[in-house]
Design a protein around this ligand. Structure first.
Ligand SMILES: [Zn+2]
Ligand SMILES: [Zn+2]
Length: 200
């Protein structure tokens, strides 16, 4: 793994700015890899890691940069839970019940700790950026070993039949369809009210 400052520079250029979230995200991802014994997540170990993120904020970008897990590689999974937390899954050892993973969450108290540590800095972001460098992992994060069941369709390299929706004709990857009256429908056609968009 690259030194912390090198990772931070990579995160900064990918994210567009340096912020407290980048520092938190880089530290979270480094810790996750360390716990799993993954030293080169973007090199030698690149096929070993899948990461779930639980928030769509700054730190998420940094986690993607450090782990190399990307949405487009199906290696980054997003659960919109609004929590500053991520679960790092090691795909290498497997038993029948799933994969070993470490879930790391930022402590809610870390902001207060930053204030206590650097009351002389008025700017919150600056205050947190410095404190999040200095605080220990234990002060910043909680950790929990967990098990994750990852169905085949969730795997980075998974391939299967692609079909066209019987109603709209759009192509659908793998098993993302609903079968109704013998017809295979895409999610949008199967449940129009549940769409995130409505036709104008
Ligand atoms: Zn940011
Ligand atoms: Zn359709």
């Amino acid at each position: 793994m690259e030194p912390f400052d090198e990772l931070l520079t990579m995160a900064e250029s990918a994210h567009g700015h340096l912020c407290a979230g980048q520092i938190l995200g880089v530290r979270m991802a480094v810790l996750g890899c360390e716990r799993l014994g993954i030293d080169e997540p973007r090199g030698r170990d690149r096929k070993r890691l899948v990461t779930f993120v639980e928030i769509d904020r700054c730190a998420t970008d940094a986690i993607g940069v450090v782990t190399g897990c990307r949405l487009g590689k199906r290696a980054l999974k997003f659960r919109d839970w609004g929590k500053m937390a991520a679960t790092f899954i090691d795909l290498a050892p497997k038993d029948v019940t799933g994969y070993r993973a470490i879930r790391i969450a930022a402590r809610e108290s870390s902001k207060d700790l930053a204030r206590t540590l650097h009351p002389e800095i008025e700017n919150k972001n600056q205050q947190q950026m410095l404190a999040y460098r200095e605080l220990s992992d234990a002060d910043l994060f909680t950790e929990e070993w967990v098990r994750v069941t990852l169905p085949p369709r969730e795997f980075p390299g998974y391939k299967a039949e692609r079909l066209a929706c019987a109603q709209c004709g759009e192509g659908i990857n793998y098993d993302r369809f609903v079968e109704r009256d013998g017809q295979r429908l895409c999610y949008a056609c199967a449940n129009p009210d549940g769409r995130y968009y409505q036709p104008l």
